[in-house]
Design a protein around this ligand. Sequence first.
Ligand code: HEC
Length: 125
Amino acid sequence: MKKTTAYLLPLLCSTLLAAYGCRQPSKPTTPTVSTAPQHTFTQNGSVREMNIWPENMEFPEREGKAEFVSYCGICHSLKYITAQPAFSRTTWEAEVHKMTEKYGAPIDSAISHKIVDYLVAINGE
Ligand code: HEC
């Protein structure tokens, strides 16, 4: 190795290091949704929090809403559910059953019953 290269190489390396190596990786910013109110619920014994999108606040207030909003919006929008035609209780039961059995929705039977009651009340035949 030539003498000049032997001096220049470390200089070049440290310049490159200074320019790129020491740069802080930009921190990912967590998007905050100020308009979405926090909703607290209990699932499998632990307390969880989630943001409710404003559209989800529009559903009628009654028994079972909290469960419906908490569990049925995990995988798809809630509007996807209420955009269905008015179903009979049997059909809503089958739908909720399909979500838990086929798609793995983490909903126990007590909560499922509440959700079915809610769905029949707001979008039943
Ligand atoms: C674990 C994920 C998951 C959860 C939680 C979930 N669903 Fe679904 N849901 C799905 C999938 C997957 C589909 C099918 C989507 C498709 O076919 O494009 C679906 C579709 C639907 C449909 C459309 C009709 C159909 O049968 O495909 C309805 C109605 C529905 N879900 C209702 C509910 C209700 C009510 C709840 C709450 C009890 C719920 N979902 C919770 C995964 C879920």
